[in-house]
Design a protein around this ligand. Structure first.
Ligand SMILES: [Zn+2]
Ligand SMILES: [Zn+2]
Length: 277
């Protein structure tokens, strides 16, 4: 395919995209960091789905949320995640493989928009979202019961594929269970033309959580979350190869694939321009 540009034995690189579909503003530092000041203004959150694409395979990462969740949680929804995928020419009806980094409301809604997809999830996440931890309002708050019920329906239709810790889904794309934020959060390591990039999802919401070594307040196990930061550093070629789950800086520092997609889609397989941070 791309032939001689890559060393023999290296996988074919993926194109890697972040697509922004929603936003949440007006946050306080205490919303973003354990120990953060309740009076200090802090970073907004963006909401993304991610896509790894090459000639032989396309993987969508996460399915976002729809208008009901946006209204219930006062988030600004720009477009349905399935519609957002059309911005890069993907048809949601034809997606075969969707990696669910975890089952929180903003990562695993809208499953019915993908009629033929298989959903890849960690054993621990499925067990967590349907087990005794959900007796605790604090731990179940980031889940939406309707999403979880939809997930179970798809499971009973044979459309869920379970993973435990590390799986190579394709040559150049692996899943890694991190835990911490939820019991079964997984990150995705993707081979690109700039090296190994890691879609961290909520293993780090913002660059600042990683850089300041401060956990995000939505957490199942703080120790695992902090170890997860270390795993991100281990899996990625550098800190500039780690893509946080909700940081608005992602849209600023990475290039849009076309000028009319600026602010909506960026290429993560091209290096960030840190002077724009
Ligand atoms: Zn989450
Ligand atoms: Zn999230």
């Amino acid at each position: 395919m791309n032939g001689t540009r890559y060393a023999r034995g290296e996988p074919e690189p993926f194109e890697l995209f972040a697509i922004r579909y929603a936003h949440h503003g007006g946050r306080r530092a205490s919303d973003n960091f354990i120990g953060g000041d309740i009076h200090e203004a802090a970073s907004d959150l963006d909401y993304f789905v991610w896509v790894a694409r090459r000639a032989d395979k396309t993987f969508v990462m996460d399915t976002g949320f729809g208008p009901e969740a946006a209204q219930a949680r006062a988030r600004e929804l720009f477009r349905l995640p399935a519609e957002a995928l059309r911005l890069i020419g993907l048809e949601p009806e034809r997606i075969d493989d969707i990696i669910l980094t975890h089952l929180h409301y903003d990562h695993a809604g809208t499953l019915d928009s993908f009629p033929r997809a298989r959903f890849h999830v960690q054993d621990a996440e499925s067990a967590y979202a349907t087990g005794r931890c959900m007796c605790h309002p604090f731990l179940r708050h980031p889940y939406d019961v309707e999403n979880v019920v939809a997930f179970v329906r798809h499971l009973y239709c044979g459309r869920v594929i379970f993973h435990d810790y590390v799986t190579e889904l394709a040559d150049g794309l692996t899943l890694h269970r991190v835990g911490g934020h939820s019991a079964g959060l997984q990150v995705v390591r993707v081979w690109t033309r700039r090296g190994w990039v890691v879609i961290a999802s909520d293993a780090t919401h913002l660059y600042a959580n990683l850089q300041r070594r401060l956990p995000f307040p939505a957490v199942y196990n703080v120790g695992d979350m902090m170890e997860g930061h270390e795993m991100l550093r281990h899996l990625a070629d550098s800190e500039d190869h780690i893509v946080p789950g909700h940081d608005p800086l992602v849209m600023k520092i990475y290039p849009a694939p076309a000028s009319d997609l600026a602010g909506m889609v960026v290429r993560l397989d091209k290096g960030p321009d840190l002077s724009r941070a």
